[in-house]
Structures are given as C-alpha cells and as structure tokens.
Design a protein around this ligand. Structure first.
Ligand SMILES: *Cc1c(COP(=O)(O)O)cnc(C)c1O
Length: 449
C-alpha cells in the first residue's frame, strides 16, 4: 500500500503559531477571531526525496487506484494525510487540462500562453478541489461519532454547487445560502438538483456569509466556506498541478481572478510546498485580478498594502467574485508578497470584451476568467509581461455556467458594454436562395480579402 499514515497535519493560528487544533475539531478561527491555516509536519515529509515525490505524483495521476487518481488525492500526504481512504469523498476532481492557447496568445503578443481549465471538473469550477477535502474530513468525523448534523455555506454560486454534489455523494445534509437573483440559472440549479436545502436570501454574498456564520456558531452546523482552511488544502493543488504538467518546470507568471481570496492564497501555499520540499527551485510571479466593481484588494495594493478597507461590492458580470470584504485578505497579501505579486483590475467592459475576444479563438471563458485575461492584457501593454514569458491563466469555471452573460453580450443587450465582437445567430426563413445570398455576403464581409 502507498498509504503512509505517519504524516500529520493540524490547524494553526496564522498570527500565533503556538495555538494549534486537531483537524477533527470544529473550529474556524483562532482565539482572537483570526484565520487558521492547515500546517503539515514538514520534517516528516522531507524524509521523502523530491525525486520520490515527483515520481509518486506522476505515477498516480489519472490512475484508477482509489482515491489517488484524483488531482487532489494524488497528493494526499500533502493535503489531508490522516483521513482514511474509505472516507474520502471524491469525484476525481483536479488533473484538469492545461493547454497552449496558441492562436489567442499570438493575437495578443504572447508566444507561450497557457490556460489551466479548472472548470473542466465535476461541478464546473475549481471549488471541487477544496470541497472534496472538506467533505471528506466531515465524513471521517461523522464516521468516528462526531455530531455534525449538516454542512452549510454562503455562496456566489460555485461553492454551493460543489458542496451540494460532494455532500450528496457522501449522504451528508447540505444547506446553502445564496444571494437571491444574483447568481446564474446554471449555478442555482446545481444545488437544487443535488438535493441541498437552498435558501435564496434578499441580500448579497457578504450578507449570506453573516447568516451562515451565525448558524455555524449557534446551531452546530459545519461551516464550508473558505474561512474553513481545509478547503485551501485542496485548492492548493492547482499550483502543484500546473508545475507538474510542465514536467516540474515553473512558469514565469500565474494569473488568477480573486474574490474572497482563498484561491490566490491556496495557489501560493501549494507552490510553497514545492519549494520547501525541493521539487522546484524558482518562483513564478502571481497576478491576482479583480473586477473593478469588487476590488478591495486592488485598492489596498495601490496603498502598498498599508491599510485595508472593506468596500460595498457593486454588481459585476463576474458574479462569483462580487465580494467586498474578503475572508482571506491577510493570507492573500502574504502570498502576493512572497511571489512578487501584482494586483490588477478589470472594468465590466474590459472583462466582457476580453472573454469574447478570446472565445473567438476557440476558448469559452467564464467572466472571471475574463477578468484575468483583461488584467493580463494590461500587464502586456505595460511591459511587465514580455512576449517570450511563459504565462498561465487560471480559468476558474466552465463558460457553460455563465451562458446568460454570453447570450446578452452577443445580442448586444448589456448596458454600458459595446460588444465589439458580437456574433448573434442569423434568423432567416428556410429558403435556399435567401440563405445562399446572405451566406455569400457574410463570407465576403467576414473573411473577404
Ligand atoms: C470562487 C470563485 C472565484 C474566486 O475565488 P476566491 O477564492 O473567492 O478568491 C473565481 N472564479 C470563480 C468561477 C469562482 O467560483
């Protein structure tokens, strides 16, 4: 067996490393209300050489040996070493495709542009990576007699979809709180279909967050939001996986959209482990991209991270990142400082046009990926990113979850956005002559010399 139970991990206060808790304790913050993080016994992990880790991870990827074929559980020793394999709740998330966006790169002046399609996974967003870990830990705790009646989250859509699916697979009751009318139909129907208890509340994400925290505190419901640092452990595999997919070579840039800022923190945490355990010896630079309508991190960055002020996030097409008071702010700032980070923002028009422009080259981007693409274009224009640099854009969700936005764009119905690349369907009677005339005219205008 490959199982190596000697590895250990625990919760530790971010500000006070002396405060520790077991991963089977129901605890989300430290004694002062600050963030916890999962810390691993690095000395124990170091007893295995970098070469052995690389070899083990490569061998497991895509295998059918439960649960190691999952991108997350293939790194089980680095993620959640003590959970027993029979309590792992996995849908073989991770190991998503990383591909060379040759045409799009060429059009915007990059030779070596790659997209990491985290949306090509069970529920259509990277949230699966963290949720498999959290729900597995809950299943383990319940199996050992822990009293956890249900798991709950506040969500801008994708978190609730992931929670509902994993909880359903494990037969654990799930409760989700969504801001009414602020998420896409595809996102709403996922927890509904998976049998979760779905509350659509008259508030925004931050308002839902307050409710779920209260329910966790007063009613013993297990909190599945990313302030629960178990999620970060799964999400951190994205950075490890990117490097692994380049045969353990580190790219120059990784660009990722940020809302609650768990994901950018997770990305850096995974890279930290690669460096710490000697699997790589250099760092990429990290760019966190925010929607201008929900940009508290960008504003803090402009002030050299001297001060942080929560903002009231305004509606954005990138609805999953409409967050004004990000839970993982502190972790994100640390992460950006370690990785010579940059924060950039994108307006509604910039993100929509970036999505559409890239879609024309065969991609199918969600609006959050559009935020990252728009930020990248600004960095290219400024000369921060150079044409030969190897750049990876983390695409966080599948475009099919956000078709309402794409339809509106191509029908030129989004207020304040010009739709520079519209391509609406041409509606005609089923008459050969009319079709032919239109077709030839369109070929001439679109592709003519
Ligand atoms: C959750 C989410 C994000 C933002 O991740 P954070 O950890 O909240 O910063 C970005 N894109 C999509 C599609 C998401 O679902």
């Amino acid at each position: 067996m490959e199982e190596k139970p000697r590895y250990r991990a625990w919760f530790e206060s971010l500000r006070n490393p002396a405060e520790r808790h077991g991963l089977d304790e129901v605890v989300y913050t430290d004694a002062d209300g600050g963030l916890l993080q999962v810390v691993h016994d690095m000395d124990e992990l170091r007893k295995t050489s970098a070469e052995e880790w690389r070899e083990l991870f490569d061998r497991r990827a895509h295998s059918s040996q439960w649960p190691y074929g999952s991108g997350v559980w293939g790194k089980k020793e680095w993620v959640l070493p003590e959970v027993s394999p029979e309590n792992v709740v996995s849908m073989y998330e991770g190991n998503t495709n990383l591909f060379w966006a040759e045409r799009y790169g060429r059009e915007i002046g990059l030779e070596d542009l790659w997209l990491k399609l985290c949306g090509n996974t069970h529920t259509g967003s990277f949230k699966d990576l963290g949720m498999t870990v959290l729900v597995s830990q809950v299943k383990e705790m319940r199996a050992r007699g822990g009293q956890i009646p249900a798991v709950a989250c506040a969500s801008t859509g994708d978190t609730s979809a992931a929670l509902a699916a994993y909880a359903a697979a494990a037969e654990i009751p799930a409760i989700v709180f969504l801001p009414r009318g602020k998420i896409s139909t595809a996102q709403l129907i996922q927890p509904v279909a998976n049998g979760a208890m779905v509350f659509a509340l008259d508030t925004d994400f931050d308002g839902c967050m307050n409710i779920v925290k209260e329910v966790a505190e007063k009613d013993g419901i297990y909190l599945a939001n990313s302030m629960n640092s178990l999620r970060i452990e799964g999400q951190k595999t994205v950075g490890i996986e990117i490097v692994q997919q380049f045969d353990w070579e580190v790219p120059d840039w990784i660009i990722i959209p940020g809302g609650n800022l768990g994901n950018v923190s997770a990305l850096a945490k995974g890279l930290d482990m690669l460096l710490d355990l000697g699997l790589v010896d250099r760092k990429p630079r990290i760019v966190c991209a925010q929607a201008q309508h929900a940009n508290p991190l960008y504003r803090a960055y402009q002030r050299g991270f001297e001060t942080f002020e929560p903002i009231h996030a305004r509606p954005t097409l990138a609805s999953a990142i409409q967050i004004g008071n990000p839970v993982s702010y502190e972790k994100a700032v640390d992460a950006l400082k370690r990785y010579d980070g940059i924060v950039e923002e994108a307006s509604e028009s910039e993100l929509a046009e970036a999505c559409a422009e890239a879609d024309r080259t065969g991609l199918f981007n969600c609006p959050h990926t559009g935020v990252a693409l728009a930020a990248m274009k600004k960095l290219i224009a400024r000369g921060d990113i150079r044409s030969q640099d190897r750049v990876v854009v983390v695409s966080t969700a599948h475009g099919l979850k956000f078709v309402d936005f794409k339809v509106a764009y191509h029908e030129m119905r989004i207020e304040g956005i010009d739709s520079s690349f519209p391509n609406p369907a041409i509606e005609l009677p089923a008459d050969y002559q009319t079709v032919r005339d239109t077709m030839l005219r369109e070929i001439e205008t679109r592709f003519g010399a």
